[in-house]
Design a protein around this ligand. Structure first.
Ligand code: FAD
Length: 292
């Protein structure tokens, strides 16, 4: 099933993200975490892709096992910044052969070395080029793309970012998933602006439950997200008590998600970071709110 069809269904839905192992010896533990998250019955599960290539070969295996072994729809991520046209064509063929129907088309982050090099010689500079190639190479895929309520760090301003976002949708992206955010007002404001810019496809807000203090620094580094004072107070108060921080982080994410559903958003994606306990706790908190 395609995610575009899931997004047409009524009711409040939730999806989860997993990431592949970095080394072979961790594969079984990632598989086990994936199984436990799948058992919750999310609307779909996404599997990230290592832009550097290290873990990329596992993305397809895990996406396939989510569908075949656990009966949950999967969304396989694919990045292009470090790939040649030939590699991308091979990956698309592999996905076709594996029966994958949903691809999250991404550029991938630039390492400092990549950013310093002449980019005009690369096969891919932006995700829109990958989306065009997926369309060209054929296959029955529903394509998703990334968007940034707080503006992508490389963009000069939000207007420019939204112009490029529109190009991804015009090229064939059927839904967009947001970067994590910790203040829902930023998301509502973004939604207003992209609708005004003529982007009409479904937008799935991405919520990251912060369950330990060290995750805060990493999340800000990765996303550049604004941390509201309410969230900072929580880290100040509970950051040194792991159990309390975990409980408070889950409550904060739950609160964000309830507010999104209450404001008419039907589909929320949770960056569950291979943590079945966190996914299960959020699911349990929303047991009467999520559509069964
Ligand atoms: P793009 O759409 O190419 O945008 C990147 C920047 O270029 C933006 O500033 C944009 O405005 C600008 N731009 C776009 N098109 C043009 C153009 N034609 N001309 C000039 N400027 C342009 N990374 C991974 O490595 N693996 C993953 O699995 C992964 N999953 C992600 C999932 C989500 C939901 C999100 C939000 C991010 C994910 N990332 C992942 C991170 C992502 O790769 C980075 O944020 C990356 O820096 C940008 O990717 P993009 O696809 O948004 O790029």
């Amino acid at each position: 099933m395609k995610i575009s069809d899931i997004l047409k269904q009524d009711g409040n839905r939730m999806s989860f993200e997993v990431f592949p192992p970095k080394t072979d010896d961790k594969y079984d533990s990632v598989e086990a975490a994936t199984r436990k998250i799948a058992e919750l019955g999310p609307s779909f599960m996404s599997v990230t892709y290592g832009a550097g290539g290290g873990t990329s070969r596992y993305t397809l295996n895990i996406a396939r096992s989510i569908e075949e072994k656990h009966g949950v729809i999967s969304l396989a991520h694919l990045t292009c910044v470090n790939s040649t046209k030939e590699t991308v064509r091979e990956r698309i063929e592999d996905m076709k052969n594996a029966g994958i129907h949903n691809i999250m088309a991404l550029r991938g982050d630039l390492t400092p070395e990549m950013a310093a090099k002449d980019r005009s010689t690369r096969d891919y500079r932006h995700a829109v080029e990958l989306i065009r190639d997926i369309k060209e190479y054929g296959g029955d895929f529903c394509i998703g793309a990334a968007c940034y309520p707080e503006v992508h760090p490389e963009s000069a301003n939000q207007k420019e970012d939204i112009i490029h976002l529109r190009e991804k949708v015009d090229a064939g992206a059927e839904f967009l998933t947001t970067q994590m955010f910790f203040d829902n007002n930023l998301f509502y404001n973004f939604l207003y602006k992209i609708r005004e810019a003529g982007i009409t496809c479904p937008i799935i807000p991405g919520i990251m439950p912060i369950t330990n203090a060290s995750q805060v620094k990493r999340a800000i580094e990765l996303s550049g997200s604004f941390m509201p004072q309410r969230f900072k107070s929580l880290v100040d108060a509970f950051g040194e008590n792991p159990q309390a921080m975990c409980q408070a982080g889950i409550a904060y994410a739950t609160d964000q998600i309830i507010d999104l559903y209450a404001n008419g958003i039907k589909s929320v994606h949770v960056y569950s970071m291979n943590k079945p306990d966190v996914a299960a706790a959020i699911f349990a908190n929303l047991s009467e709110i999520l559509t069964k």
